[in-house]
Design a protein around this ligand. Structure first.
Ligand code: SAM
Ligand code: DTB
Ligand code: SF4
Length: 338
């Protein structure tokens, strides 16, 4: 039944009658209903994994995983209230408010990432969005990293009119901006910006032909229906994101979401599988949360269609597996880095 549904979905993409639902009506295509995605989650595990792996093999080399390295170029002191985030100034965490990094230090970190085999370098800033005087030094960083032969990615918060154009001009390949969760759970996690604000930034990125990197966080206390709701938002974008980071909440003491009930790891794998099936041509990134994830679960995520990771011992402020640990895992699984 689900196969029939999926075939009919491919056709509905070009049917303008199906332009409906979602927070941003004119930009949403009715490819997947939330109920259909919930039905994927409810499949027996082997059937779900088989289906995801089949879709994966139809679209990607199943043994190749893209690796990106992250650097926090501006850490802490953020004005926003994202309930998961250790960088929000209002929460008492160990993260200090630091100034924007110097260009030379960013270039050095990018060179290390390249030497370690990363193909993309992602620069993150704890801002609501960049002010013009903040953006200018970041444009220089992007241009220098690009000139080193790395793909460039930035995550700087909400973009105002004209800023996406400047990022494009500087050589930015990807912009990361997450929807984080389903629209109906969003207000429980963040109040200082709306879902619509996020969709607008994503539109600005798309409109200048920068690749979109957009996903969310799982394990924040959302329901399965809401996990499916996040995937529906992403899969039903007029053009789904090229890159879909699926983060497992990293619980940090001092943040409101610290102490949330831990998600069952199999449910996380199911989320990866459902992301793969609903977004067959997107890179699905197994993002935050790997440090505490058993390698067997990570292997299941790769089988379920995850084909990108963050590589290097730090994410933004929290830990990530050591590069050597990931190399050993990739060797064990016969995975090559791309
Ligand atoms: N300040 C910018 C913004 O919010 O768009 C860019 C950086 S922000 C840290 C990038 C993303 O990291 C967030 O949208 C969220 O999805 C993810 N993130 C932040 N803290 C996290 C945590 N504790 N666990 C998992 N993902 C997290
Ligand atoms: C994304 O989706 N995950 C990354 C990246 N985009 C910027 C960030 C994860 C952050 C985890 C918490 C921290 O290290 O501060
Ligand atoms: Fe600020 Fe981004 Fe953290 Fe939200 S996720 S508090 S916007 S750094």
């Amino acid at each position: 039944m689900l196969d029939t549904l999926q075939n009919s979905k491919q056709e509905s993409i070009i049917n303008t009658d199906s332009l409906k639902r979602g927070a941003c009506e004119s930009k949403t295509v009715n490819r997947w209903s939330v109920d259909e995605i919930v039905a994927l989650f409810e499949l027996p595990f082997s059937d779900l994994i088989h289906r995801a792996q089949t879709v994966h093999r139809e679209n990607f080399d199943p043994n190749a995983v893209q690796v990106s390295t992250l650097l926090s170029i501006k850490t802490g002191g953020c004005s926003e209230d994202c309930g998961y985030c250790p960088q929000a100034a209002r929460y008492h965490t160990d993260v200090e408010n630091e100034p924007l990094m110097a260009l030379d230090d960013v270039v050095k970190a990018a060179q290390d990432a390249k030497d370690n085999g990363a193909s993309r370098f992602c620069m993150g800033a704890a801002w609501r969005g960049p002010k013009q005087r903040d953006l200018e030094p970041v444009l220089k960083m992007i241009a220098e990293v690009k000139a080193m032969g790395l793909e460039t990615c930035a995550t700087l918060g909400m973009l105002k009119e004209g800023q996406a154009e400047q990022l494009k001009e500087a050589g930015l390949d990807y912009y990361n901006h997450n929807l984080d969760t389903a629209p109906e759970f969003y207000g429980d996690v963040i109040t200082t910006r709306t879902y619509q604000d996020r969709l607008e930034t994503l539109d600005r990125v798309r409109s200048v032909d920068i690749n979109v990197c957009c996903g969310g966080i799982i394990g924040m206390g959302e329901s399965r229906n809401q996990r499916a709701g996040l995937l529906a938002q992403l899969a039903n974008m007029e053009q789904p994101p090229e890159s879909v980071p699926i983060n497992l909440l990293t619980q940090v003491e001092g943040t409101p979401l610290h102490g949330t009930e831990e998600l069952d790891p199999i449910e996380f794998v199911r989320t990866i599988a459902a992301a793969r099936i609903t977004m067959p041509q997107s890179f699905v990134r197994l993002s935050a949360g790997r440090q505490s994830m058993h390698e067997g679960i990570q292997a299941l995520c790769f089988i379920a269609g995850a084909n990108s990771i963050f590589y290097g011992e730090k994410l933004l402020t929290t830990g990530n597996p050591e590069a050597e640990t990931d190399k050993a895992l990739f060797n064990k699984l016969g995975i090559k880095k791309i």
